[in-house]
Design a protein. Structure first.
Length: 293
């Protein structure tokens, strides 16, 4: 049965969309996020909610309209998905022509444009009027993995909703292999050994490196818990020995500052920071935060 439960996580976003569906829902929506599959699922559920015949929670998943959306046969749901191909002005004109026709089944029509960042500038400009003042029955859902690639004039005409960034995770054995030497060197205030351990991270895939940095933040949290004598279960039990050593060697306030810095470094990694810059940050910058005034 089609429902928001089909979209993992994103509890706050789903609640916001459900609340909006209960009132006057915006006619032009931009859904953004790194997870293309998540955007695809969310756009279909949202379309079902807009077209749902139920007067209560939407989508209900049980009415004829919801069932047609789930089966992919709803005549008033248009899905534009050309993968990574450029979306040209002829497509924009076709969308406008299709939305000039009143809906078949009910009072609304929904057009989903996936990978909307691939609309070329001419196509985006051709759609501006339609997005700003659509017919009363027409609703648009644009999904974009790179929303900033859309013209500002398009983005400004959309109600914006963003998926939570996917949480990068790594198995315990990987966290132990990469982080145990680094955290031990940090606890010993050995900047040279910190660099050697950080160099081992340079060849990791960006997603894996993001997971390692996330595990490092969790380990730093454990060290703060220990330093402040908080009887809380460790977030990374496999690194208990190293986090205990850190708690003895570095004041809690500096560990918290280091935690914040690793968060900033994760943001840089997500924006394709150079591997050498990450190594430098994990060596000199972290050493300075923990041990220098």
């Amino acid at each position: 049965m089609i429902s928001f439960d089909a979209v993992p996580g994103n509890a706050a976003l789903k609640e916001s969309l459900q609340n909006a569906l209960a009132g006057r829902f915006p006619q032009t929506v931009l859904l953004s996020g790194d997870d293309a599959d998540g955007l695809q699922s969310l756009s279909i559920v949202l379309a079902a909610g807009i077209l749902c015949e139920n007067t209560g929670g939407r989508p209900c998943g049980a009415c004829l309209s919801c069932r047609k959306v789930e089966q992919g046969v709803h005549p008033d749901l248009i899905v534009i998905d050309q993968g990574e191909n450029e979306l040209k002005v002829d497509l924009a004109r076709r969308i406008k022509a299709e939305n000039a026709i009143i809906p078949n089944d009910g009072a609304r029509r929904v057009t989903i444009i996936r990978h909307a960042q691939n609309l070329n500038p001419m196509a985006q400009n051709a759609l501006l009027k339609e997005l700003e003042e659509p017919p009363a029955y027409a609703f648009f859902i644009l999904t974009a993995e790179q929303p900033d690639a859309l013209l500002q004039t398009v983005r400004s005409r959309c109600a914006k909703f963003a998926l939570e960034p996917p949480r990068a995770t790594v198995p315990d054995e990987q966290a132990d292999a990469y982080l145990a030497p680094y955290l031990a060197a940090l606890a010993a205030a050995r900047e040279d050994q910190m660099m050697l351990a950080a160099l081992a991270l340079e060849k990791l895939a960006r997603h894996t490196l993001a997971g390692i940095l996330g595990a490092m933040q969790a380990a730093l949290r454990d060290a703060v818990f220990t330093a402040r004598a908080l009887a809380l279960p460790p977030l990374v039990p496999v690194l208990h020995e190293q986090t205990a050593a850190l708690a003895r060697a570095v004041p809690a306030e500096r560990l918290l500052a280091c935690y914040d810095f690793i968060g900033e470094l994760s943001d840089r990694v997500s924006r394709n920071a150079a591997a050498a810059a990450v190594t430098c940050a994990l060596t000199s910058d972290v050493y300075r935060i923990c041990f220098q005034s």
